[in-house]
Design a protein around this ligand. Structure first.
Ligand code: GLV
Ligand code: GLV
Length: 327
């Protein structure tokens, strides 16, 4: 008998075929309630989920579960402590999305600095009758100083683009120094506040944890320069959103490009939507067709690696050293 798994979202056809080769699959529909999920998970050993919360309550309600496979790299949706206690392994999808997220990050920098979305709207509302007003001119990206807060795999992909494509000087902050990256990109290690005070573009690329929650707050926005542009394609929770909003409203920074928010979906009446100098995208950093397919494949292969003990699973780092993973 194939192991039984629940896949919470529809997968691409080829990935669904792969999943069915190994597993007895059930697939969720839109708008599942918590109770629907618990019901669907009864008797399942595996659960593929796109960033849904894995809580102590869920683990208690679904005692057969052995592996939760996040279809995402960030796993702040996992209660890793409760998972360890319940001997449930967590996996995620690193590597395959690094370039795609880096591309969007650079896209947001350009969109804010060159006012691309505003200009597009300006043409569509028939305002292009003569010259373009200087208020719609941009500021240069190339050759400027960029600070990358969180120099992990994605941070490095961003550094590579900006150093070699845009001639930017790279500054970074990270829990540990990265000599290899310093050498490869001439990156200079600085404190968080030094970066905020001196860089023209400030990009946050940290996972959301107890330690990084609202790590960019009032103090950091207060030390930024008036022309600074802030970009977040990581997690909304690493920023004190109210402090960011205040900095933008009071024009203490130039603008922001945001793909992630503390509460998602972001509704159309959110104060961010009132600000021209902000470019918003709906948490689509990894969302190209090819990369989402690769993430789904990784997620199914992770389930296979653990439930069949075949191949290598991308186990979430916090769970790596726990006894339940000594397989
Ligand atoms: C998306 O946000 C991810 O963590 O993969
Ligand atoms: C994200 O996973 C990173 O390593 O930057």
């Amino acid at each position: 008998m194939k192991p039984k798994i629940f896949i919470e979202c529809a997968l691409d056809q080829d990935i669904m075929a792969l999943a069915e080769q190994y597993f007895d699959c059930s697939v969720g529909t839109a708008n599942l309630t918590l109770q629907n999920k618990y019901d669907a998970l009864q008797g399942c050993v595996g659960y593929a989920v796109p960033m849904g919360n894995i809580t102590r309550e869920l683990l208690q309600a679904c005692p057969t579960l052995q592996v939760v496979s996040n279809i995402a790299v960030g796993y702040d949706n996992f209660d890793v402590q409760a998972m360890a206690e319940h001997h449930v392994i967590g996996t995620h999808t690193p590597y395959v999305l690094d370039d795609t997220v880096a591309d969007l990050t650079v896209g947001l920098m350009l969109a804010v600095a060159r006012q691309i979305t505003r200009l597009d709207k300006w043409i569509r509302t028939e305002q292009w009758q003569a010259g373009v007003p200087e208020t719609l001119f941009g500021i240069d990206v190339y050759g400027k100083k960029v600070g990358i807060i969180g120099m992990g795999r994605i941070g490095e992909k961003i550094a590579k683009r900006l150093k070699y494509g845009f001639d930017m000087s790279i500054y970074y902050y990270n829990r540990s120094r990265k000599p290899r990256i310093e050498q490869a990109y001439g990156a200079v290690y600085q404190s968080l506040n030094e970066i905020c005070a001196t860089c023209d573009f400030i990009i946050v690329m940290l996972p959301l944890t107890e330690q990084t929650k609202e790590i960019i707050g009032q103090v950091q926005f207060a030390c930024m320069q008036e022309h600074a542009i802030f970009i977040n394609t990581a997690r909304g929770g690493v920023v004190d959103e109210q402090a960011l909003l205040n900095a933008l409203k009071e024009q203490r920074i130039q603008g922001a490009g945001l793909d992630v928010f503390t509460t998602e979906p972001l509704l159309a009446d959110h104060p961010f939507t009132q600000l021209d100098q902000v470019v918003l995208t709906p948490h689509i950093g990894s969302a190209t067709l090819a990369t989402r397919n690769a993430m789904q494949r990784t997620a199914i292969n992770n389930l296979k690696a653990i439930l069949y003990q075949q191949g290598e699973a991308h186990i979430v780092p916090e769970l790596q050293h726990l006894v339940n993973n000594e397989r």
